[in-house]
Design a protein around this ligand. Structure first.
Ligand code: AR6
Length: 302
């Protein structure tokens, strides 16, 4: 139960972080709720949750009434169940493209903010971190990360290896992805998810890392963004495991130790919901030594 409360807290924060500041039409309920709701083990009996938590209020419309009662709610399970049943109600019954109206979004924001507040004393969740030496294309994890370029259609290094091993399906996925992007290319520090073609993993998350210049051109922030955005994409698909290569440390020239510190710090600061395991997949044994050393230093400090 403690673990569930911690997950709920993490999920509420995830939702607010991801959606609080975006317009309702950009809130995609489909990609992030389903599996997570199941894994949290809540009854998905649509409609009942909300009725029990807020008698007489079976629709989301009345925000004013909801604002008045939200502060009085103290039962985490009831509130969580109400939110998740409402999600199910919307995703199952909405026949329109815009799944979530401005009112619905406001309701979710209020409900998640209250849920985050009610669960704030839950112990923080952490993912387990493993360092291995190997070829990332062979790993049987939910998602692998590709150290891509902004063109997102393949290249050299790990990018080339991933495309070779995944076959033309991955290239086609990437073409579709690029066609859907506003500038027909990606941005440094962002992360883009595709299926994985012939690879044993389910998804590839493509992230263009920063080209290292002198460390004074926002490189640390951009590299941290790569790691964080990949984790977010993986969470949206309810992945439990993800493997990273040493982003930007090959052709893009990022100093290896600095890059490893940023990678580890960003992953340790992330509150996971579905993710349980992060693998640093180093191609060179020397890189794995760097990661293991930094991880051990941290343990000693604790
Ligand atoms: N598995 C795991 N890691 C690998 C593998 C592999 N099969 N192959 C290489 N690496 P790089 P970047 C490691 O140059 O610096 C590409 O052309 C490698 O040892 O692949 O982010 C893209 O298209 C190194 O530690 O990526 C971009 O244009 C790490 O992967 C550009 O290079 C990253 O090296 C991106 O440069």
């Amino acid at each position: 139960m403690k673990q569930d409360i911690a997950k709920i807290h993490s999920f509420a924060q995830f939702w607010l972080r991801e959606y609080q500041d975006v317009p309702p039409q950009q809130v995609c309920l489909e990609n992030c709720f389903g599996e997570i709701c199941f894994s949290l083990g809540f009854s998905m009996d649509c409609g009942h949750g909300i009725e029990e938590a807020f008698p007489g209020m079976s629709v989301l419309g009345n925000i004013t009434a909801f604002k008045q009662i939200i502060g009085d709610i103290t039962d985490v399970a009831l509130l969580a169940n109400a939110i998740f049943s409402q999600w199910r109600y919307i995703t199952h019954w909405s026949m329109t493209d815009s799944l979530i109206s401005a009112n619905n979004k406001e309701w979710f924001c209020l409900a998640f903010a209250r849920l985050a507040e009610l669960t704030k004393d839950a112990p923080p969740l952490h993912v387990s971190i493993e360092t291995i030496t190997g070829d990332i294309t062979t790993l049987d994890v939910d998602a692998i990360v590709n150290a891509a370029n902004c063109g997102l259609l393949g290249g050299g290094g790990v990018d080339g290896e991933i495309h070779r091993a995944a076959g033309k399906e991955l290239f086609e996925e990437c073409l579709k992805l690029v066609e859907g992007l506003p500038k027909h290319r990606g941005d440094t520090g962002q992360a883009y998810l595709t299926k994985a073609g012939q690879l044993p993993c389910k998804y590839v998350i493509h992230t263009p890392g920063p080209v290292y210049c002198d460390g004074q051109h926002d490189e640390p922030k951009l590299l941290a963004n790569c790691y964080e955005n990949c984790l977010r994409r993986a969470e949206e698909m309810a992945c439990t495991s993800i493997a990273f290569p040493c982003i930007s440390t090959g052709v893009y020239g990022y100093p290896k130790k600095e890059a490893a510190r940023i990678a580890i710090k960003t992953i340790q600061a992330f509150s996971p919901v579905s993710l349980q395991k992060v693998v640093f997949c180093c191609f060179e044994a020397g890189d794995a030594v760097i990661y293991k050393r930094i991880l051990n230093e941290k343990k000693e400090v604790i």
